[in-house]
Design a protein around this ligand. Structure first.
Ligand SMILES: Cc1cc2nc3c(=O)[nH]c(=O)nc-3n(C[C@H](O)[C@H](O)[C@H](O)COP(=O)(O)OP(=O)(O)OC[C@H]3O[C@@H](n4cnc5c(N)ncnc54)[C@H](O)[C@@H]3O)c2cc1C
Length: 394
């Protein structure tokens, strides 16, 4: 039987970051993924200065930039016509966001992890665990679909929302929340980078535009459940119609001159259900979406995955070599952002126009709002009770 210090199931942003951090600490790591990278996954790719700074410190950003041209973008929200736009307060020198597609980003993290000594085992599905995860019978490895067993001191589930590791351990989802919006999105060539990651918000209609890497642009149209239903042709028609309804964001000429690459991707509201899972036990832990999922409306999933991976690596290599504090730490980090993500994952009620007007007319408040996305501030600082009362009163 092959053995390692750690087997990590899933090799995208959570798994590869954990593999990198453990390999750099001298651990023997085997990363198993049923796919092989580069490949795309359903995501809108936005990462903020906090995550860019982490990727820079890990060497991942340099790997990414060695193969891709990645625009750095200011952040713009236009809510009911009120514009809140600018850079973030710098974090380790980064004051912009970026949106590398996952085929580029996840590959850069994985390549950096493999260069640090992690071993990859791709196109192999984990179907079972060795051990039930109790104190009497800790998890001591994984079983692949091929029948191969790999033994390890630790098994980490970085295997996404439908985590096999969590499933085999019987870990239930708790605190489930669902928003009322879904997305249709597609990638385009020929839409110029205007320097911003933009969200234009109206009652029951939201459209986003941002540049990814290598001249590709992402255009996202938000709608209700019905908007994301129907045949491929119906969704494509609805998507294009919705984009045309935002000429202030995407000029009709820009769309006419551009080429859509591939199909319209659909992310229905049910795909974006949030939850927590108990994240660790005897011989095992969960990181990334396997552990916790927020609504993508605030684009925090990659940041969470990377932050959790770094926390777990530090904790299992530390003097106590355990994860007793992991769940508390994760939940504290998420306590405000979880419900905040679902506030953004629903269409704003008409009275929230006052809030957008307030943010747009107060430079400090606008900065605080942007900085809540980069986790420099908690959402309650960006939308304090004092601001709410003042803005609603005026
Ligand atoms: C519509 C949408 C838009 C989003 N937009 C953003 C955004 O703009 N910014 C942001 O930060 N986050 C965004 N997110 C969230 C983000 O995509 C996730 O948080 C992130 O992908 C989590 O990474 P992960 O590594 O935990 O899991 P995943 O990316 O899901 O990777 C899991 C990996 O595990 C592998 N795997 C699964 N099961 C097995 C198995 N049994 N055996 C072997 N391998 C297995 C899979 O093949 C996969 O490669 C978005 C999510 C959605 C749904």
């Amino acid at each position: 039987m092959r053995t390692a210090d750690a087997v990590i199931v899933g090799s995208r942003c959570a798994g590869s970051t954990l593999a990198l951090a453990l390999a750099r600490r001298g651990w023997e790591v085997i990363l198993v993924d049923r796919e092989s990278l580069p490949s795309e996954t359903v995501s809108t790719h936005l990462i903020f200065p906090n995550t860019l700074a982490r990727f820079k410190a890990l060497g991942v950003l340099d790997t990414l930039l060695a193969s891709h041209e990645l625009p750095m973008l200011k952040f713009r929200i236009v809510g009911f016509g009120h514009e809140i736009a600018g850079p973030f307060t710098p974090l380790s020198g980064f004051d912009r966001c970026a949106a590398p597609r996952r085929s580029a980003l996840d590959k850069a993290i994985l390549d950096t992890a493999l260069a640090a000594g992690a071993c990859g085992c791709f196109k192999e599905r984990v179907v079972d665990l060795i051990g039930s995860g109790t104190a009497a019978d800790p998890v001591t490895g994984v079983v692949l679909e091929s029948g191969e067993r790999i033994g390890a001191k630790w098994v980490f589930g970085a295997d996404g929302r439908a985590s096999t590791v969590a499933g085999r351990l019987g870990i239930a989802k708790t605190r489930v929340l669902q928003g009322d919006v879904g997305f249709l999105f597609a990638y385009w060539r020929g839409i110029p980078n205007d320097g911003y990651a933009s969200s234009h918000i109206r009652t029951e209609e939201i459209v986003n535009r941002w540049a990814c890497e290598d001249g590709v642009c992402l255009l996202i149209a938000w709608g209700d459940e019905q908007f994301t239903r129907g045949s491929k042709e119906e969704r494509r028609r609805r998507y294009i119609e919705r984009l045309h309804r935002f000429p202030e964001l995407i000029a009709p000429g820009e769309l006419a001159d551009a080429e859509m690459i591939g199909e319209v991707v659909v992310a229905p509201p049910s795909l974006m259900r949030g939850y927590f899972r108990s994240p660790s036990g005897c011989g095992w832990a969960l990181v990334g979406d396997a552990s916790h999922f927020k609504h993508p409306g605030t684009a925090q999933g990659i940041a969470d995955a990377v932050e959790q991976a770094l926390y777990v690596a530090e904790a299992v290599c530390g003097p106590d070599a355990g994860l007793d504090g992991y769940e508390r730490w994760r939940d504290e980090r998420s306590s405000e952002h979880y419900s905040w993500s679902f506030t953004w994952g629903c269409f704003p009620p008409p009275e929230s126009e006052s809030l957008f007007r307030g943010w747009a007319s107060d430079a400090d408040a606008a900065q605080d709002l942007r900085d809540s996305f980069s986790r420099r501030l908690e959402p309650s600082a960006a939308l304090s009770q004092e601001r709410i009362s003042r803005w609603l009163a005026s």
